[in-house]
Design a protein around this ligand. Structure first.
Ligand code: IPD
Ligand code: CA
Ligand code: CA
Length: 271
């Protein structure tokens, strides 16, 4: 295990303790950014804690974090190593007392995600990976499901805070509910993708922000998932960082789910 992975795991665990303690011991404040996006004092505190620890250890590295430095452009102009952080993925779950939220930390070097850690401190499940070395849950290797049929597949997705962008999601939901075994909206994209990586889910699709998926996507890839999109990736954009219409699935289900979503979008174009 490299020093970067060890550092990242320790950091995720410490931040995890912070968010558990914060909810147990302090009054959570709720605020809304961009009108409807919930953010608590714990999101801010965990973000600061993670960013400060990275800046102390690696002062020359860049940081892209949801709450304190959300400059998406940083991904397109990476010069130094870059850390991509979601201090709490699943804030709505967290603020409502659920135990399904995670710290997500990815490390990018030479324009490649090299390390990913996703940690749910409530279930004490730590998913991690290093590029080319497989994916692990609490130290044990994980791999994607071997489900071959859409009608037996469990699919997860999520919905944006911005309700004005919901329209195309309704026909997709109808298509998936009609053609697949069932659907889950569990409330943390990072954990959805890690669940896919270990076979608890067979397919996953959603439009996200980079901090939601940067770590989990590599975990899924290293666990054998096919990671792509069900719409065109614009020219000049690196697909590993493209956040629209993400599709991740076991390789057997991937082409079937992709075709289903593409046919649905073609039949019900929404502009
Ligand atoms: C959200 C969660 C959710 C997804 C949303 C994300 P947050 O992240 O990952 O599952 O559907 O699109 O914004 O706000 O809890 O960090
Ligand atoms: Ca998130
Ligand atoms: Ca978040």
């Amino acid at each position: 295990m490299t020093d970067i992975l060890l550092f990242t795991q320790a950091l995720a665990r410490e931040a995890g303790k912070l968010i558990v303690d914060e909810r147990a011991n302090a009054a959570l404040t709720r605020e809304y950014k961009n009108a409807d996006e919930l953010v608590t004092n714990a999101d801010i505190k965990a973000d600061q804690f993670i960013c400060e620890a990275i800046a102390r250890q690696f002062p020359e590295h860049q940081i892209l974090s949801e709450e304190s430095s959300p400059d998406i452009g940083a991904v397109q102009k990476i010069t130094n190593p870059l850390w991509i952080i979601d201090p709490i993925d699943g804030t709505v779950n967290y603020a409502h007392g659920h135990k399904h939220s995670a710290i997500s930390i990815a490390y990018v070097e030479d324009a490649q995600t090299k390390v990913g850690v996703v940690y749910n401190p409530f279930s004490e499940e730590l998913f991690c990976t290093e590029l080319g070395k497989g994916a692990f849950l609490n130290g044990n290797p994980i791999s994607v499901s071997i489900e071959t049929e859409l009608r037996r597949s469990l699919i997860a997705t999520g919905f944006p805070y911005d309700k004005s962008t919901l329209a195309p999601m309704i026909p997709r939901l109808h298509a998936v509910l009609t053609n697949c075994a069932d659907i889950r909206r569990i409330g943390s994209a990072a954990l959805d993708i890690c669940f896919l990586a270990m076979g608890r889910l067979d397919g996953y699709y959603e439009s996200l922000s980079i901090w939601d998926f940067a770590a989990a996507r590599l975990i899924a890839k290293e666990a054998g998932a096919e990671c792509g999109h069900f719409s065109e990736v614009p020219t000049g954009i690196d697909p590993q960082f493209y956040d629209r219409d993400i599709l991740i699935a076991n390789p057997l289900i991937y082409p079937l789910l992709r075709a289903l979503l593409q046919e649905t979008d073609k039949a019900e174009p929404t502009e």
